[in-house]
Design a protein around this ligand. Structure first.
Ligand code: AMP
Length: 988
């Protein structure tokens, strides 16, 4: 090595120690190195021609990493031509390669003694070959790429030292076609150090865009872009085919199309990742996974939807983002408004709609019978109409029509939403039970012509489809067709046929029929046309007159015979029926064997089959013998009608008909007929008489004698103060006599009250309203006691209220109250006092005061009936005889309780020492009367009894009488007393 060259030896360490520090080179990702001299730790093995030209030396780079460099500096000599050839570099897929050279170059001025031979450039060449040619080197085979010069300043002054600057030059080579190539550096007399040589080509590196992955792509030539198709990343699907262009610079351009993450996956860092637990993604798309909606969960990753919690559901059309829901609660506040045979049902929205808005309502109609649990229900017949409809109701109301009259219906109203079908067990409904009212019958629709003659026509028709009660009769209206209703005829018929007589021959008539029930007339049938026969026609067209005559006479004979037989059988039956029930009981008494002559009441409930009791004690009537006229009252089981009973060969009589309304239970039927079984055992002029029962056809009926004046209480109220004392006592005697009969039979009435006495047109009073437990259920006066049973408190003896000791003696107490009701013309016992106050007052010894103008004897009788000790009360037999005496001696009635001190005990079989207990209202009054007026009313300073008449209720309040009723009565009693002292006794 010459001195010049040696002098350069220090150049490199200097260079390397003084170069501006650079950070480790990170190559751009789109550059693929084919050669990097820095990467080689050992000798590079490049070839130098001549061998004293380029020299390979070791050094360290700016990071003190060992590197291999080449240098040449033969600046002192002429005609330099030094080549340095790289090893064979495989081209790989590159079409165009880049050569990056890092070098230092000394400017010739900085080298002393150079004689114009110094150069400041070197040349870069290349040679393409398909294979490695080893050390074989031919200079002329190489093509020149470029002359490489340093940047404008070769050297730089740094702190007074001359330092070398590292130059970087890049040259493009291509397009290349052969498998590999060599590079060669030609020095022609410069002082150059080749610090590093990097050969690379550019590519578009594999990448993921829009969830499509694009592979490494090498640009093809310098002009055009390469179109590359992407493929969707795992767990994603193409939405539009993904594409991108790779530029010659190794850059991706213009992404088109995209992929979307599958359901259950979301995009995270260019990949599709499973949704985490508690999240879900239902659809393809690049949206993030969503949190599970309320009342749902997902325990696993990658969920497409969240499962519903227990008792929550999702309907078919529900989106996955919707909360899980449940069926709604039942509708609330169901209100029914009944109008004859239709009902409007209204209700409120359910409290809990189940979390949904698609709530609709469905109404189910059921006909239920029986109060027992569960009641027997069946779906309503198909004719029932719902307006607007029965199911899928959006509004909270529906009208239900075409129901049967007098029938119990149960409507179940269910609120439903989209998930109701999924949770049948969670469905709830509100139920309402109604009973339809009576309604007019539906029109007659089927009319048939039976027989026509010149002057008459026989018609029959079918009962209306919905009679809605008992059809009382039919109205038949007809007129000549030509006269157009200007004159018409109306007929009534009980049955479903009629013969119209007196018609004109050969004439067309129009006819309409309408049915009548207790509810009135129904709509008329459509007009029915018929024509009478012409004059020449024979009434029965197809028969010969002889045959007809024979037929008619035989028919008449048969009818006469039947009637005769019927009358005979009827007589026989009536005779056997009229036998006293006790006689029969000896034979049929269901174990109730009685001694002949001792007439005792038999409880029909002790019969194994209660209907047997009915048939034992009540006569079965044929419904066709009964004609119903009008409704006169309402009983517990149905309407009470008046009507007529015509038994064969008997006079028609007026009767009351109690009906059992439709839809009854077995128990209701039994209880209803029990009254007949009881009544049928009695035969007394003061006990309502049973005519018979209808049990074999419907409606079931109890037929009794008719009592024109209805119940005693309302009758008396209607005729206030209109009867004489004898008349009143006569009525009372009748009641007492009926009660004597009942007590003799061993029957305890339990509900003796004026409202349960019926009065006929002759003012005869008869005891009615029989039954057992139902008597009290039926009575509106009956109230529940602390022990639970229902008792008509005001009429009932204390021991019966306290411990249900119902006996004839407790009936006697009730009789005392009836006595008071009669004498006060239907006043309410104890007026408006509450039941509790009545119980307390009676228990403390107080008794009702005498009604105005009440004969003292009768008031005494009342007090006797109200003895606390039940054995001290008069027996009905005694009551009857007391009343009989009074009737025989009407003068005794003139002494009224208001005007005299308390009379002696009237009971014959009791000593006068057994006087009624003190503390009655009567006693109070007696006390008042026996005291000087001044003393009695000291608190209000009355001066004489005359002034008592002026006593007002206010005054009474001052002396402690605060009950409104007694005040009124006491004031009136006092007024009566006043008038009596002035004018003598009030005549009765
Ligand atoms: P009941 O079911 O026995 O309480 O009867 C109800 C109503 O029907 C009574 O208050 C009477 O007004 C009437 N009623 C019952 N039975 C008869 C009858 N035999 N005669 C006349 N009216 C009656």
């Amino acid at each position: 090595m010459d001195c010049n060259a040696r002098s350069l030896l220090f150049i490199l360490p200097l260079l390397l120690s003084r170069v501006v520090p650079v950070f480790p080179i990170i190559y751009p990702p789109n550059e693929v190195n084919l050669l990097d001299s820095k990467a080689s730790q050992g000798e590079l093995g490049w070839i130098s021609y001549p061998s004293h030209g380029w020299e390979e030396i070791s050094g360290v780079d700016e990071h003190y990493t060992p590197i291999r460099t080449f240098q040449v500096c033969n600046v002192m000599e002429y005609s330099q031509n030094n080549w340095l050839r790289t090893n064979w570099i495989p081209r790989q897929s590159a079409q165009k390669v880049y050569v990056e050279l890092k070098f230092t170059l000394r400017d010739c001025n900085s080298i002393p003694l150079v004689l114009g031979t110094c150069k400041e450039t070197f040349n870069l060449h290349y040679l393409e070959t398909d294979d490695d040619q080893g050390s074989h080197f031919r200079e002329h085979q190489f093509s020149k790429i470029d002359t490489i010069a340093a940047d404008e300043s070769f050297t730089q002054m740094d702190l007074g030292d001359r330092i070398l600057k590292l130059n970087t030059e890049v040259r493009e080579v291509g397009p290349m076609t052969k498998k590999g190539f060599y590079l060669a550096f030609q020095d022609v007399g410069a002082c150059v150090a080749l610090v590093s040589v990097r050969v690379y080509f550019k590519k578009c590196p594999n990448t993921v865009r829009n969830l499509a992955s694009f592979p490494d792509t090498v640009p093809i030539d310098s002009q055009s872009l390469v179109e590359v198709k992407g493929s969707c990343v795992n767990h994603s699907k193409e939405e539009e085919p993904p594409r991108m262009y790779c530029s010659t610079e190794g850059e991706w351009l213009v992404p088109i199309g995209k992929c979307l993450c599958n359901p259950g996956y979301e995009e995270r860092s260019n990949t599709c990742q499973m949704c985490r637990a508690g999240f879900y993604k239902a659809a393809l798309g690049n949206a993030e996974c969503s949190k599970c909606p309320p009342h749902s969960f997902s325990h696993h990753e990658g969920s497409l939807h969240c499962g519903c919690e227990k008792n929550f559901f999702r309907a078919d059309g529900d989106p996955a983002s919707m909360a899980c829901t449940h069926p709604p609660s039942a509708p609330r506040n169901v209100i029914s408004s009944i109008n004859e045979t239709s009902v409007i049902l209204d209700w409120s929205w359910p409290e809990d709609a189940g979390g949904r808005r698609d709530v609709t309502f469905t109404v189910v109609c059921k006909r239920c019978r029986g109060n027992g649990a569960p009641p027997r229900c069946e779906p309503c017949r198909s004719g029932v109409r719902f307006l607007p409809r029965a199911a899928g109701l959006v509004n909270t109301t529906v009208t239900v029509g075409e129901l049967l009259a007098h029938t119990n219906y149960t409507f179940e109203i269910e609120a439903q939403n989209g998930v109701s079908p999924l949770a049948p067990r969670m469905r709830q409904y509100a139920a309402v039970t109604i009973t339809t009212n009576q309604a007019a019958p539906s029109p007659v629709t089927v009319i048939k012509k039976e027989k026509t003659s010149r002057n008459s026509v026989s018609l029959s028709w079918v009962e209306p489809e919905r009679p809605n009660g008992i059809i009382l009769d039919y109205e038949i209206k007809y007129y000549e067709k030509e006269e157009q209703e200007t004159s018409y005829t109306i007929l009534r018929a009980r049955g479903c046929n009629v013969t119209l007589n007196g018609l004109k021959p050969n004439t067309a008539y129009l006819l309409q029929i309408r049915a009548r029930t207790a509810a009135g007339y129904g709509a008329s049938s459509p007009s029915f046309q018929f024509e009478t026969s012409p004059d020449s026609a024979f009434s029965i067209s197809s028969e010969s007159s002889q045959v007809v005559l024979i037929a008619i006479s035989s028919a008449v004979a048969i009818i006469l015979l039947t009637v005769l037989l019927y009358v005979l059988i009827g007589r026989f039956c009536c005779h056997s029926k009229s036998k006293h029930p006790d006689e029969k009981r000896l034979h049929f008494g269901n174990g109730h064997l009685r001694l002949p002559g001792v007439r005792t009441y038999v409880d029909p409930h002790t019969y194994e089959d209660p209907s047997q009791a009915v048939h034992e004690f009540a006569k079965e009537l044929d419904a066709s013998c009964i004609a119903i006229d009008k409704v006169v009252g309402a009983g517990e089981f149905g309407e009470v009608c008046s009507g007529r009973l015509k038994l064969p060969s008997k006079k028609e009589i007026c009767v009351a008909i109690k009906t059992l309304k439709g839809g009854y239970t077995d128990k209701q039927r039994r209880d209803f007929l029990a009254e007949a079984s009881i009544m049928g055992q009695f035969d007394h002029p003061n006990i309502i008489r049973l005519e018979g029962v209808v049990t074999r056809s419907k409606p079931v009926m109890i037929v009794t004698e008719y009592m024109e004046n209805g119940s005693l209480d309302s009758f008396l109220r209607k005729h206030d103060a209109q009867f004489t004392g004898i008349q009143l006592v006569g009525m009372l005697r009748g009641i007492a006599s009926g009660m004597k009969y009942l007590s003799d039979m061993g029957y305890v009435h339990r509900d003796l009250a004026a409202r349960n006495i019926l009065v006929n047109s002759n003012l005869v009073c008869k005891v009615s309203d029989f039954g057992l437990s139902r008597v009290l259920e039926d009575d509106p006066e009956a109230a529940y006691t602390t022990r639970g049973g229902k008792i008509p408190i005001r009429w009932t003896a204390p021991e019966a209220i306290a411990y249900r000791k119902f006996t004839s003696a407790s009936d006697a107490w009730s009789y005392g109250i009836v006595l008071w009701e009669v004498m006060s013309y239907g006043e309410r016992p104890y007026w408006e006092m509450s039941n509790q106050d009545v119980i307390k007052a009676v228990d403390e010894g107080y008794r009702l005061p005498p009604p105005m103008d009440c004969p003292a004897t009768l008031y005494q009788l009342m007090l006797d009936c109200w003895q606390k000790e039940r054995n001290n009360r008069p027996k009905f037999e005694q009551i009857v005889s007391i009343l009989d005496k009074l009737i025989r001696n009407p003068g005794s009635l003139k002494i009224t309780a208001n005007t005299t001190s308390r009379p002696a005990n009237l009971l014959l079989d009791r000593s006068s020492s057994e006087a009624p207990s003190v503390g009655t209202m009567g006693d109070w009054m007696d006390g008042m009367r026996t005291l000087p007026c001044k003393e009695a009313f000291s608190g209000v300073s009355y001066s004489s009894c005359d002034t008592l008449a002026k006593t007002s209720t206010e005054d009474l309040k001052k002396i402690g009488v605060t009950i409104v009723g007694p005040q009124k009565k006491i004031v009136s009693s006092l007024k009566a007393l006043d008038s009596h002292t002035k004018n003598g006794p009030v005549p009765v």
